[in-house]
Ligand binder design. Structure first.
Ligand code: MTE
Length: 335
């Protein structure tokens, strides 16, 4: 079986995939339409066999749709910015029941079910690498200095579906600056929780865990890059990456690491999960680009959950202000 694992994450003998797990994985990939000849593992999903269309639901507004989130604590949101124009905000129901969080299952409805018991307190985040203030920071101390904002952003998954989500959080740049990245810090990497006790799919090994994502420092410092701790004015539901996750709205959703436990500043480009297992399908940059198709499906249009007709995909997901970050780069090569 061929799964590329970085030397940084060598496979322990206890983790070598058993025959039954391998057969399970083959079955899973076949169901997803992913088991192409010679390919042990491919990406998130296959838009040629699109996931079942979620029932159209009444689109919520950030201020309403609270009924389904009644049990989640309200957050003290200081400011609200709509960065999705006149587009309808997706319903709380869709945002929290149509998820990608492979640690809890590969079906879109599985994270809502299996992440219920994820223990999100106490929680701390390790800060490592090229910075002058490394250490371990408790979640409350991490969040406390920041005024929480609501930002309505489009989310575009590499699988060609999309939503509009009222996230609550604060600028990633404001957080990173607190750790004093030094002049060698050219990239920042995010590691997410990999606890087999709480995350039933970890043992199945569909992905190499922990899930890892990264960005160049200048991308991470862009004002649009957001550290998310909530949505719809409430604490983040577990299936959406509680207690803390990333959101860089101009990038495909796979860049938005959930349930972050470590932030590491690096001098060289670090490995990222989907890129490591399928570089031809999931570029390091992961910028939304209607002109660069996934090798197995078009990225020119997308299916917005809760809407009937596909809509054209916008370059950088409709956030052209990030384009200067990529000035002079061939975006067909650096996708
Ligand atoms: N983070 C972790 N830890 N595990 C995952 O499987 N999936 C990614 C991203 N972050 C994923 C993850 C993908 S492919 C997408 S599209 C988004 O989470 C989905 O976020 P959502 O479920 O809140 O819409």
């Amino acid at each position: 079986m061929l799964i590329r694992v970085s030397p940084q994450y060598p496979i322990k003998s206890s983790e070598i995939t058993s025959e039954s797990t391998y057969q399970d994985r083959r079955r899973f990939l076949a169901q997803m339409g992913l088991a192409t000849a010679g390919m042990a593992l491919a990406g998130c999903s296959d838009a040629k066999t699109p996931p079942p269309v979620a029932p159209p639901s009444a689109a919520g507004t950030a201020a309403t749709d609270g009924a389904a989130s009644a049990e989640l604590a309200a957050l003290d949101v200081k400011t609200k910015v709509n960065m999705a124009g006149a587009e309808k905000v997706s319903s709380f129901e869709d945002i929290t029941n149509y998820n990608n969080f492979y640690e809890f299952g590969t079906g879109k409805g599985e994270p809502a079910n299996y992440a219920k018991k994820l223990k999100t307190r106490p929680w701390s985040v390790a800060i490592e690498g090229e910075c002058d203030a490394p250490g371990m920071i408790d979640l409350e101390d991490l969040i406390k200095p920041h005024a929480l904002e609501e930002r309505i952003y489009r989310l575009r998954c590499v699988e060609a579906w999309s939503m509009v989500i009222p996230w609550v959080g604060f600028p990633l740049a404001d957080l990173l600056k607190r750790f004093k990245p030094n002049s060698k810090a050219k990239f920042v990497q995010f590691f997410t929780l990999a606890d087999a006790e709480q995350m039933p799919m970890i043992k199945r090994g569909v992905l190499p865990y922990p899930y890892r994502e990264a960005m160049r420092m200048d991308e991470a410092m862009h004002p649009l890059a957001f550290m998310v701790v909530g949505l719809y004015g409430k604490v983040l539901p577990n299936q959406n990456g509680a207690p803390i996750r990333l959101m860089a709205p101009w990038k495909y959703g796979f860049k938005a690491a959930k349930s972050i436990v470590k932030i590491k500043f690096t001098e060289t480009q670090p490995e990222t999960t989907w890129n490591a297992i399928g570089a031809a399908e999931y570029g390091f940059y992961g910028n939304v680009n209607p002109e660069v198709d996934h090798p197995r499906w078009s990225q020119a249009s997308e299916r917005r959950l809760g809407e009937l007709f596909r809509k054209p995909t916008l370059p950088f997901n409709g956030y052209p202000e990030v384009a200067p970050l990529y000035a002079g780069m061939d975006l067909r090569r650096y996708y």
